[in-house]
Ligand binder design. Structure first.
Ligand SMILES: *[C@@H]1O[C@H](CO)[C@@H](O)[C@H](O)[C@H]1NC(C)=O
Ligand SMILES: *[C@@H]1O[C@H](CO)[C@@H](O)[C@H](O)[C@H]1NC(C)=O
Length: 313
């Protein structure tokens, strides 16, 4: 199948729509990738087992993301992860040439607190220059993205689902968020300036670090007061969601299995159709539909955002 990439305009970071300056001093390297090591040192992996899907089948959302990124679904291996802290599996999709191995993916995602993992449907991993984007609670990960990118992208789903809806959805547009943002003098980095949604996702990385690394964000940001109301509001309103422990309570139903190939010849090699259903132990989260395009953020050699591009789905 021909590549569906139609718009691949690489743009520098969008004009700032938020008017607060970037925190001084900047985070080391200019952004939040510097939080990665502390997170890896303090968030422990979760035990798990995994298995692969029946031959020839792929979750529908994986298929559209993979094709949108210009790859063949037949080169993708969907796999289930059964973490010991959740009765419900996660199904992720990995292109055979992704620099992140299946073991890397299971390890990194398993370090994320389970009550945050709850809000992710499918992750899709493909090779390419480091970038990531999120749509419909699915995330497309390109290249060897690090743990701060996993947390940033989950931050977008938390913004839509993890707060009492009476504040407004997304939380990053709520009066609570905006009034606290207004009390601060800065944002984390130039990427946070692009919108309140990106700002919130960046503050999610700060909050997870602050709550889980001894010493908190003051370890690496002496001027933490300049962003305090933002990350403290996130921490206060989201509660134990960003703390490890417990079990999964809410989950999104996986997208339906579809065939990787539309060719009748290949279909004859199909394995048994995987069943997709939610464990009775978890409460279903109402999913957000996938949009018809996905805005991707690209990262520089330090792992900090340096541009955006759009993939049509
Ligand atoms: C990665 O980026 C380099 C330089 O920016 C570019 O030449 C190359 O085509 C990109 N590769 C892919 C797979 O997009
Ligand atoms: C971002 O950084 C990467 C890695 O250094 C580079 O390949 C890419 O061209 C940069 N993108 C932009 C939009 O500057």
């Amino acid at each position: 199948m021909a590549s569906k990439i139609s718009v691949l305009a690489f743009l520098p970071l969008a004009l700032a729509t938020l008017n607060k300056p970037v925190i001084q001093p900047n985070f080391p390297g200019g952004g939040l990738a510097s939080l990665g090591q502390g997170l890896l040192d303090n968030l422990k992996p979760t035990q798990s087992t995994s298995d692969v899907w029946g031959a020839g089948w792929i979750p529908a959302d994986c298929k559209s993301l993979v094709q949108g990124a210009g790859f063949s679904p037949s080169d993708v291996i969907p796999f289930n992860i059964h973490y010991t802290d959740c009765s419900q599996t996660w199904t992720f999709c990995r292109h055979k040439d992704s620099p992140l191995s299946q073991t890397d993916i299971i390890d990194l995602f398993g370090r994320v607190p389970v009550r945050m993992r709850d809000f992710i449907r499918h992750y899709v991993f493909v090779p390419g220059n480091k970038s990531a984007g999120s749509s419909g609670d699915n995330t497309l990960m390109v290249g060897d993205v690090d743990i701060t990118v996993f947390i940033h992208e989950i931050g977008h789903s938390l913004d839509s689902h993890a707060f009492d809806a009476s504040y407004g959805v997304p939380f990053s547009n709520s009066n609570v968020w905006i009034s606290n943002y207004n009390q601060d003098s800065a944002v984390t980095d130039s990427y946070a300036q692009s919108s309140q949604q990106e700002n919130f996702a960046q503050e999610t990385v700060v909050s997870v670090y602050d709550k889980n690394v001894p010493g908190g964000i003051g370890n690496i940001q002496p001027n933490w007061q300049a962003i305090f109301h933002q990350y403290a509001t996130l921490e206060g309103y989201i509660g134990d969601t960003i703390i490890p422990g417990g079990t999964c309570v809410n989950r999104l139903t996986d997208s339906q299995p579809v065939t990787m190939s539309n060719s009748a010849k290949l279909r004859r090699a199909l394995g048994p159709k995987p069943t997709v259903s939610l464990s009775p132990d978890v409460k279903e989260i109402k999913p957000i539909p996938m949009a018809d395009s996905i805005k991707m953020t690209s990262f520089d050699e330090h792992g900090n955002p340096n541009g955006t591009y759009v993939i049509q789905l």
